[in-house]
Write a protein that binds this ligand. Structure first.
Ligand SMILES: Nc1ncnc2c1ncn2[C@@H]1O[C@H](COP(=O)(O)OP(=O)(O)O)[C@@H](O)[C@H]1O
Ligand SMILES: [Mg+2]
Length: 248
């Protein structure tokens, strides 16, 4: 594992909003090709961390490197080398699925031929061919999520950040989306994904568990279950919560 290249690295990364600390000295490393899960309840600080890593939000303190670029000084380079599916992803409801991809291809500065090729590849990748000409507003949420992922992958970035991509859909659609995440990692991409569903931790190579802005556990799900002597990540999470209440 340690010989692998690092995709994302932070040290003591911190974000304060006024006197409130939303992300508190987060240090982590994510390796190339890894599916890294960032878990925590609502308000834990997941989106704030992602916004710093994607170059959208200046940190208050600490270091961060994404695809080799410095989040303090090279935000524009980072944006070109990552894909980002935000929590409230911004698809155009009154465009078709295909038109959304064409639109985002233009934003990323792809030429028309590349856009056509990528559209074909990505529709196959996310299983959306039958819906290419449907209005986005008529797609079920699970398919909108796939389309949003396709948009994030258009410029073929080595790293994708997915912020709660499985919120709001049923367990089967969640499972399907996770299959898609595996397939995306198999293309050699690093996937940094947040979720508040603890069962989804089981699907990640490694996870960071966040509580009130701090990472309270970091490692492979199997290791964490062993360490806390629990059989599911759900139980690990409950145990961690209990321990942090005890400390408070
Ligand atoms: N721009 C902001 N100004 C003030 N507080 C914020 C801002 N953005 C987020 N927060 C606060 O930071 C905390 C973490 O938020 P967020 O990163 O969105 O958590 P999560 O994504 O884990 O639900 C929350 O308490 C939220 O209210
Ligand atoms: Mg969030």
């Amino acid at each position: 594992m340690n010989s692998r290249k690092i995709s994302v690295q932070t040290r003591d990364l911190t974000k304060r909003f006024g006197r409130f600390t939303a992300v508190n000295r987060v240090s982590l490393q994510v390796y190339e090709g890894e599916i890294f899960g960032f878990l925590g309840a609502n308000g834990a600080g997941k989106t704030t961390l992602i916004r710093m890593l994607t170059g959208l939000l200046k940190p208050s303190e600490g270091e961060g490197f994404v695809a080799g670029y410095d989040i303090w000084r090279q935000a524009e380079a980072i944006k070109r080398h990552i894909g980002y599916m935000s929590q409230r992803f911004s698809l155009y409801e009154d465009l078709t699925a295909e038109e959304n991809l064409t639109f985002y291809g233009g934003i990323y500065g792809l030429n028309r031929r590349d856009i056509e090729n990528r559209k074909r590849e990505l529709f196959a990748h996310v299983g959306l061919q039958p819906f290419a000409n449907q209005m986005t507003r008529d797609l079920p949420l699970g398919f909108k999520q796939r389309l949003a992922l396709a948009c994030a992958l258009l410029h073929d970035p080595p790293i994708v950040f997915l912020d709660e991509p499985t919120s709001g859909v049923d367990p089967r659609a969640r499972r399907n989306f996770w299959n898609l995440i595996y397939q995306t990692a198999q293309l050699g991409k690093t996937v940094f994904v947040t979720t508040h569903f603890m069962d989804e931790a089981e699907y990640c190579h490694r996870v960071g568990i966040m509580h009130m802005g701090k990472i309270i556990a970091l490692g492979a799900p199997g290791r964490l279950k062993q360490k806390y002597r629990k059989s599911t990540m759900q139980d690990v999470f409950i145990e961690l919560h209990r321990l942090s209440e005890e400390q408070a």
